[in-house]
Every structure is written in structure tokens, then in C-alpha cells.
Design a binder for this molecule. Structure first.
Ligand SMILES: Cc1cc2nc3c(=O)[nH]c(=O)nc-3n(C[C@H](O)[C@H](O)[C@H](O)COP(=O)(O)O)c2cc1C
Length: 205
């Protein structure tokens, strides 16, 4: 079993990473492999609504979005991390996620996922809610913790002092490990839900 942790901050080893690393270390204690994808500081186009998604992936494969999507498809579980920017996620991250989710709902369905956010001071809860919307729309089981999954800090050292935030990260990892093991155990015993074909209604009369 393996979990992909997406660091949606331009800072490779910043606050978001520090929170994600706590989740990863605890997952590893449960025998679950972890892998990081760092969004970095490369330019990332948004969804062009071109409708040219191909085989579950965005048609534009030149900026890391498809690379990330392929890692997400391989993973048994996903943790998306973001710094808080103006009480929302990093726009570069939402550009990537729009493109992954618009094309990839067929392979994302039923995959457990969680959000982790890092704020200096405010806006963590709004950012958390915004990112959860991707999973809620895609029939993905959401993994929670003992509190909303956030840490506070301007620097990684600040985050390391946020003892409750780090505990929240470890509890999240415990819950993710438990759910992944339950799903693995149920393979071949309990069938996946059978959903009806989508009947879109666009409210055009
Ligand atoms: C453009 C920008 C906007 C930000 N807006 C907020 C904000 O609304 N609330 C907040 O608490 N921190 C805000 N911050 C601070 C970062 O969210 C915070 O320091 C975070 O922990 C940085 O994580 P990182 O080291 O992983 O990039 C902002 C930072 C930037 C660069």
C-alpha cells in the first residue's frame, strides 16, 4: 500500500512539507509506503475547458499536471497539502487539481484522500473546505482527524512548535492507515459500490 503526498507550496521544505512529513512518518510506522510530489514554482496552466481530456488525463502534458495525475492514479491514498493564500489554497495547486479531477474522476473514485493546510494565522478552515470539495464531488472517502487538518507557522520551526497541529497530522495518518487496511482486507469480499450512469442536468429549460 502506498500514499502520495502532494506539497502544494512553492517551498519544497517549508511549513506545508513539515506537516506532510509528519503524516508520512506516521504512515511509514504503519508499514505504508509514502511518496511526495512537489508542485514547485513552475508555471501551471489552468483548465482550458477544451474537452480534450484523453484516457483520463489532461491533454497538456508539459507542466507537471499529468505527471502528478499519474502518481495519484498509482497511489492507494492521497494527501493534498497547501499553504493558505488569502484564506484559500495556492492557486497553482487548484489549477493542477482542476485539470486532474476534471479528467480523472473514473480512476479517482473510491480512493481515500485527505487535505492538510498550513497558515501563518487565519483562513485555514476555509482553505480546508475548498480543497475537500474535489473529493466530495468524486466519491472519494475523506480521511479526517481529531481536528481540522491544519498547522500554523511562517517557518518549519514554527510548525514544529505547533504540538497540537502535529498530533492532528499523526492522528490523520493513523486513520488513513486504518482505512487503507480495511479496504485492502475487503478486496474480493465486499464489492465496490455500483453507481448509476451519470445523468447530468444543466438547468437549461
Ligand atoms: C500570497 C500569500 C498569501 C498568504 N495568505 C495568508 C492568509 O490568508 N492567512 C495566513 O494565515 N497566512 C497566509 N500566508 C502565509 C502562509 O500561508 C504560511 O506562512 C504558510 O505556512 C506557508 O507555508 P509554506 O512554507 O509551505 O509555503 C500567505 C502567504 C503568501 C505568500
Amino acid at each position: 500500500m502506498n500514499v502520495l503526498l502532494i506539497n502544494g507550496s512553492p517551498h519544497e521544505k517549508g511549513c506545508t512539507y513539515t506537516a506532510l512529513a509528519e503524516v508520512a512518518a506516521q504512515l511509514e510506522r504503519h508499514g505504508i509506503q509514502t511518496r511526495f510530489f512537489h508542485i514547485g514554482n513552475r508555471p501551471m496552466r489552468g483548465c482550458l475547458a477544451c474537452g480534450r481530456c484523453k484516457d483520463g488525463f489532461c491533454a497538456f502534458d508539459d507542466d507537471g499536471a499529468v505527471e502528478c495525475a499519474k502518481l495519484m492514479r498509482e497511489a492507494d491514498g492521497i494527501v493534498v497539502g497547501s499553504p493558505v493564500y488569502y484564506a484559500g489554497p495556492n492557486g497553482v495547486l487548484t489549477s493542477l487539481l482542476d485539470r486532474v479531477f476534471f479528467c480523472g474522476s473514473s480512476w479517482l473514485v473510491n480512493k481515500p484522500a485527505a487535505v492538510v493546510v498550513s497558515a501563518r494565522r487565519g483562513g485555514a478552515s476555509a482553505t480546508y473546505d475548498r480543497l475537500l470539495k474535489y473529493f466530495m464531488k468524486t466519491s472519494m472517502p475523506i480521511v479526517t482527524s481529531q481536528y481540522w487538518n491544519s498547522v500554523h507557522g511562517m517557518t518549519p520551526e514554527d510548525v514544529r512548535q505547533d504540538k497540537e497541529g502535529l498530533q492532528t497530522m499523526r492522528t490523520l495518518a493513523n486513520n488513513m492507515a486504518w482505512l487503507l487496511k480495511c479496504i485492502d482486507h475487503a478486496k474480493g469480499v465486499i464489492p465496490l459500490p455500483e453507481n448509476e450512469p451519470w445523468t447530468p442536468t444543466n438547468f437549461i429549460r
